[in-house]
Write a protein that binds this ligand. Structure first.
Ligand code: FMN
Length: 171
């Protein structure tokens, strides 16, 4: 597990090779298996592979969307805010598990934030809701840009500064 966590890096450049149906099912399964508050299971995902639609999604936010340019699969991570007050936590866990499953399948991914982000004066979250027909009561946490890696990144190494962020018994 630690090796997987070290190897997972944000990949922002992807080849044109499509993500297979089999891999897509596994990525979705990872999200569905995530724990949730009071077992409310509020998280729902929208898988998008259509290139034109992915471009429209990239235009929903004014910056930070570079990974969507070459992604061959985008998963919109949403959650029913009526089902869980802590929907952000639930959706974050699901998104993280998807990213780890992607790494375990040899795929690359990057979290592209949409919640609290903007498109000019408009909300990026609203723009994604409009684009994908997501109901108003669903929060849109992020778009996961996924695909076959077209860049190499070194595994993450822990140094003294990282360990200084851990405390034993008291802060
Ligand atoms: C909550 C969150 C929001 C992020 N938003 C974006 C984003 O909008 N665009 C982007 O390219 N990367 C985004 N990232 C990826 C981070 O920039 C990346 O995880 C960080 O730089 C560490 O690099 P690593 O993932 O390779 O370890 C986000 C990551 C998290 C956890």
């Amino acid at each position: 597990m630690i090796e997987l966590l070290s190897n997972r890096r944000s990949i922002r450049k992807f080849t044109t090779e499509a993500v297979s149906d089999e891999h897509l099912e596994k990525l979705l399964a990872a999200a569905l298996l995530a724990p949730s508050s009071k077992d409310t299971r509020p998280v729902e995902l929208v898988a998008v592979r259509d290139k034109a639609m992915i471009e429209t999604l990239a235009a929903c936010r004014d910056s930070g969307t570079m990974p969507l340019r070459t992604a061959t699969l985008v998963l919109a991570v949403t959650a029913d805010t009526n089902k869980a007050d802590v929907w952000v936590e639930n959706a974050s866990i699901a998104a993280t598990l998807v990213q780890l499953e992607a790494e375990s399948l040899g795929l690359g991914s990057t979290w592209v934030q949409m919640r609290l982000r903007t498109n000019g004066a408009k909300s990026a979250e609203d723009e994604v809701r409009k684009t994908l027909g997501i109901p108003q009561n669903y929060g849109v946490l992020c778009l996961l840009a996924i695909g076959h890696k077209d860049e190499e990144k070194q595994p993450r190494q822990l140094d003294a500064a990282d360990w200084a962020r851990t405390h034993k018994e008291l802060f």
